[in-house]
Design a protein around this ligand. Sequence first.
Ligand code: NAG
Ligand code: NAG
Ligand code: NAG
Ligand code: NAG
Ligand code: FE2
Length: 431
Amino acid sequence: MAVQVQPLKKYFIFAFTLGFVGVAVSYDRPLPRKDVFVSLAEDIVDSASPHQVHICKVGEDKMRISWVTKSPTSSTVYYGTSPGIYENSATGNTSSYEYFLYKSGQIHDVVTHQLKPNTVYYYRCGSNSTREFSFKTPPAQLPIRFAVIGDLGQTGWTNSTLNHIAESSYDMLLLPGDLSYADTLQPLWDSFGLLVEPLASQRPWMVTEGNHEIEKIPFIHSQKFTAYNARWHMPFEESGSTSNLYYSFNVAGVHVIMLGSYTDFDPNSDQYKWLQGDLGKVDRAKTPWIVVLIHAPWYNSNTAHQGESESTDMKKYMEGLLYQARVDVVFAGHVHAYERFTRVYNEKADDCGPVHITIGDGGNREGLASKYIDPQPDISLFREASFGHGQLEVLNASHALWTWHRNDDDVQVVADLTWLTSHSSDPACEP
Ligand SMILES: *[C@@H]1O[C@H](CO)[C@@H](O)[C@H](O)[C@H]1NC(C)=O
Ligand SMILES: *[C@@H]1O[C@H](CO)[C@@H](O)[C@H](O)[C@H]1NC(C)=O
Ligand SMILES: *[C@@H]1O[C@H](CO)[C@@H](O)[C@H](O)[C@H]1NC(C)=O
Ligand SMILES: *[C@@H]1O[C@H](CO)[C@@H](O)[C@H](O)[C@H]1NC(C)=O
Ligand SMILES: [Fe+2]
């Protein structure tokens, strides 16, 4: 008896084949997911319980711990290298802010110090809490692994991306702007803090601002970046910057520069002068790699966000500085997709320019930017509108491995992989 393929089965085989071919070429996941609003867990609703705990690296051997409590409590962190035994403590500050009818909880800001590199510390926030957290300090020398993700938001896709990041053994997270997508609804900042706490309390999260951090409403709230600056205090003072909106730091053998796309960047601006000074101080023997983060991409062949001043003018003013300093990689967000360029300068492929990568595909509620300019420009090597995250594994002074991990439904797949070499290891481009 001959095997009969049912019409429905035939359809499935056809669809499967099409799907498979589709996957091989590109993988569009256009359906946005809704925000997952995270509320306080039952055991931390009392007014002294720390929550929204996150950390960032400060200077050579310090870590800032930030957390929120409902009512005023002590801003002291107890920490040590064994669970439950805290040989050290550090005390910091508390602040809060108001936004229209919203009043924030107490935001605690404490810097722990004299930390050893590549070491796990256990800690408690405040004297009344029994919640124990732990973090690992980054290594002092290469290798180091970064997780890189932009335009995160707090949807089901965000959660999927965060789950994938949790599976990698990353040392530090770099975020080129657009964190919570609270968009003036302040409780969404609290929800975002709760969503990221499991990861952000364990590894330093180094962020810079995007347009969604501005949150200015004419006549109602005239100040910009109120929630962002209050909640995500980055180590700008230590890098000689006068603004939380741009700063730099060294980690292992990498000098990381966080630029501000939504503050002044013209040649007379404080940011421009600070950047000039900062680049002038980089010692390539100590940090053979320079990595820069911005929010609005300077190179972008997606139809989204073309021609914005934060891209075109900022690039016009600052691209030369980065080029002369032989910056290795520039990460951007803003466009909700992934794109990797070759080394570029002044619109053209240039062996001494940085590789530009757009990694705005964290999973926020606005969904993907799936329309591209055709044909694909020669300088654009890989582009795809899917959610995912990136990992930069800097192995030594000359070699780094970059991988882009796409969210195939809820499974991560390495969809783009490339070796990067540093300019400091190339005599033709020596800084
Ligand atoms: C606390 O705040 C004051 C004033 O803003 C600042 O000078 C000081 O350095 C802060 N202390 C810590 C430990 O952050
Ligand atoms: C914290 O604990 C101390 C001593 O155990 C107590 O006096 C104080 O009232 C507590 N504070 C809060 C906010 O629970
Ligand atoms: C995020 O994903 C994890 C793992 O699948 C799941 O347990 C958790 O409930 C999700 N969180 C939210 C807020 O949806
Ligand atoms: C750096 O790492 C790359 C990739 O693993 C390797 O091929 C190269 O030999 C290393 N260079 C040094 C100086 O160790
Ligand atoms: Fe953006």
